[in-house]
Write a protein that binds this ligand. Structure first.
Ligand SMILES: Nc1ncnc2c1ncn2[C@@H]1O[C@H](COP(=O)(O)OP(=O)(O)O)[C@@H](O)[C@H]1O
Ligand SMILES: [Mg+2]
Length: 306
């Protein structure tokens, strides 16, 4: 496993008597795109604010680049670019002027202004006023600001919020490109699995302040593998027939559906179909269904309880 870029130890944040983030042990490795997933209110922004030193943890520690954040705030944060909630800029100034303000604050290289505008593909429109930018362009401007100073770690809190599908796609490509060409480590939060599914290489799922899953994206893909739905005329009879062959199915009565939740090869499905037909069951349809994030949450929270 490659070097750890972010790690937290029992990181917690309590507001009044309630934990917004509880005992979080997060691990983000070098060069990975870490998808930080969770429904609204799960604690993503609170976690990210602690990672960026914007709020103080109630308990626990944050290490970035193997250094304690509390003790090395300044040196660490120089190497971290971030976009938390909507970026702030001056609408009455151009994009280039906005970037220049941030550049001079950071004392970054003059040349970097054009560089970052090119990366986010705003170079052609850099002299337009930001108030005339679309939401997607504004988000990209926020990322351009985060990229000033060529950070090793990029932290983006729901950067696709409010973007249309094309904007989301563009953001995804941009992040992959940064990871590929600059070996940047990226932490990106989202409440939609579909949004980070094709981009993330590592994933952490937070639910009610607790990290309920963390691993390589491939492992999550395996766990969330498709279930098979079979619609038949006599689900109860079909279920009994399958059971005799050692195939366990769940019945959804209302829809005359049987669900098989294990992953199946084509041959196995053909076998099941043949078996049912031989027993004079009418098979109306067999389809594959991907689990939604909500279903994956249920699966993880259930297995935690049991
Ligand atoms: N400053 C605050 N004071 C009190 N409660 C807060 C504060 N910030 C966040 N919370 C609560 O913490 C929980 C997690 O919020 P947040 O981190 O914003 O979730 P997410 O970003 O995943 O949507 C929510 O229940 C929210 O109401
Ligand atoms: Mg949030």
């Amino acid at each position: 496993m490659s070097e750890l870029i972010v790690s937290t130890n029992q990181l917690s944040k309590k507001y009044k008597d309630v934990f917004s983030v509880k005992n979080l042990n997060m691990e983000v490795h070098h060069g990975e795109i870490y998808g930080f997933l969770g429904p609204n209110g799960a604690g993503k922004t609170t976690t990210i604010r602690m990672l960026l030193g914007l709020i103080r943890p109630s308990k626990g520690k944050v290490s970035i680049f193997n250094k304690d954040l509390q003790k090395n705030r300044f040196t660490i944060l120089k190497e971290v670019g971030s976009l938390v909630e909507s970026p702030s800029y001056y609408g009455k100034l151009t994009a280039a002027e906005n970037i220049e303000i941030v550049r001079s604050l950071l004392d970054a290289d003059k040349k970097s202004v054009d560089d970052v505008l090119k990366i986010v593909r705003l170079h052609q429109v850099k002299d337009r006023l930001v108030k005339d930018y679309s939401l997607g362009m504004k988000q990209r401007l926020g990322i351009a600001m985060a990229l000033l100073g060529n950070p090793q770690l990029l932290v983006l809190d729901e950067p696709t919020n409010g973007l249309d599908p094309a904007g989301i796609q563009e953001m995804r490509e941009l992040i992959k490109q940064l990871s590929r060409e600059r070996e940047m480590t990226v932490l990106i939060s989202s409440h939609l699995l579909s949004e980070i599914d094709q981009m993330a290489t590592e994933v952490g799922i937070i639910n009610k302040g607790e990290l309920i899953f963390q691993d390589k994206m491939d492992v999550l893909r395996e766990k969330s593998s498709d279930s098979i739905l079979i619609r038949v005329n006599e689900p109860l009879k079909a279920q009994t027939i399958l059971k005799k062959e050692g195939i366990i199915s769940h019945m959804e009565k209302a829809k005359q559906m049987l669900t098989l939740s294990t992953h199946m090869k084509d041959e196995e499905i053909a076998y099941i179909n043949d078996l049912l037909v031989r027993h004079h069951i009418s098979v109306y349809r067999i389809e594959e269904k991907k689990k939604s994030l909500e279903e994956i949450f249920l699966q993880f929270t259930r297995s935690e309880e049991s």
